[in-house]
Design a protein around this ligand. Structure first.
Ligand SMILES: [Zn+2]
Length: 377
């Protein structure tokens, strides 16, 4: 199967490809359906889980996650299909099992949205909701411009002008950081983190408890994302808060591993400074990596978000803005629906054989690097 055929045009076909490739690879499969929701073709929306190579209780595990941000799942799903077809698992050291979590946010995947069924950004939802919320005032100041009442006419023009004025005044990195860090006050807004743990959040934590046995002492995680950084480049982003962990990630995966603590809008080294590379991602609140902190303290977790570049950042943020506007009113009747859904897909997936070859090859290489790291400990 050529690499570009690993990738499907939508959720239903991606799921079919994944289940058939995982079954052919001898994986143990289980499905978890999202209650009360269906996809555009009436299909059930499921998180599928495949376990490979676990005849014995494994000492080490590799976890690959696709579709944390629904629409980005086309990329991650294709990679997981390739993982099964090319039997990348056979490159891991003995005693290592693979856990593939397909379509962690199946609703967003099926409906071409980055967020879930409640407009929640899953990668901002893993926080202690009983603790005080982070300051959302910078986002509050621009929410009405981001999500104007109308997508046409005077109010849209005014909103665009105001946003443009702010971007010129503060610069693109600071604008990106204000949006990307996550907000908890506007349920119809961008990068909304929710008010409680959502279904995908609860499911992920349950799946980790169920599938990582006590015998496992080392876990490597590759959480596949798209939308930030140069076209086709896969930036390995270390998102945990541990100096020792960052050092280990760089030992395993190379010096190109960036830390989310030094991204756009942060006070870290500026590009051009001697020192470490800046991440294409700003620091975020409520990141998914938090789920791993609940696991057995003896389990050593090395988590990377592998972030593949698609389009220029303002195009990507523009698509998210349009998507938020479209869904700010349930079942909004508008001729913009189809074009906005296409805009979202184009912002988070590049439908060329070259891009798919780049993202698959890069991840296959990182699987081998993870294997060497897990063997070395
Ligand atoms: Zn993402």
């Amino acid at each position: 199967m050529p690499t570009c055929d690993f990738f499907a045009p939508g959720y239903a076909s991606a799921r079919e490809k994944f289940l058939s490739a995982a079954e052919a690879a001898g994986a143990k499969l289980s499905a978890h359906a999202l209650p009360e929701q269906r996809g555009p073709e009436g299909e059930p929306l499921c998180i599928d889980v495949a376990v490979l190579g676990a005849e014995q209780p494994p000492e080490a595990m590799l976890l690959l996650i696709s579709g944390t941000h629904g629409v980005e799942g086309r990329c991650g799903s294709g990679i997981q299909v390739g993982y099964c077809v090319d039997q990348l698992h056979s490159n891991l050291p003995p005693g290592t099992a693979t856990l593939l979590i397909h379509a962690l946010n199946p609703y967003g995947f099926a409906w071409h949205r980055r967020v879930n069924e409640d407009n929640i950004d899953l990668n901002r939802n893993f926080r202690d909701f009983s603790a005080p919320l982070p300051d959302c005032s910078a986002y509050e100041a621009i929410h009405d411009c981001l999500v104007p009442e109308s997508w046409d006419g005077h109010s849209r023009l005014e909103a665009d002008r105001e946003l443009q004025r702010r971007i010129v005044a503060c610069g693109i990195p600071a604008y990106q950081a204000v949006l990307q860090r996550g907000q908890y006050t506007r349920p119809t807004g961008l990068f909304y983190g929710g008010t409680q743990a959502c279904w995908s959040n609860r499911m992920l934590r349950r799946l980790l408890r169920e599938h990582i046995p006590a015998s496992t002492t080392r876990l490597a995680v590759l959480d596949i994302h798209t939308g930030l950084g140069p076209l086709g480049y896969g930036e390995p982003i270390y998102a945990q808060d541990s100096v020792e962990g960052l050092e280990r990630a760089r030992r395993w995966f190379g010096p190109e591993v960036t830390s989310i603590a030094s991204g756009p809008g942060d006070a870290g080294p500026q590009s051009g400074d001697v020192g470490e590379a800046r991440s294409a991602s700003a620091a975020v609140s409520g990141a998914l990596v938090t789920a791993f902190q609940e696991l057995d303290q003896a389990l050593e977790v090395t988590y990377l978000a592998l972030e593949f570049g698609t389009r220029p950042i303002l195009d990507v943020l523009g698509a998210l803005r349009a998507d938020s506007w479209l869904h700010a009113i349930p079942d909004r009747v508008t001729p913009h629906r189809g074009p906005i859904q296409n805009q979202m897909q184009e912002a988070f997936h590049v439908d060329t054989p070259g891009w798919k070859a780049a993202v698959y090859g890069r991840t296959a290489d990182f699987v081998l690097r993870a294997g060497r790291g897990l063997a070395e400990g």
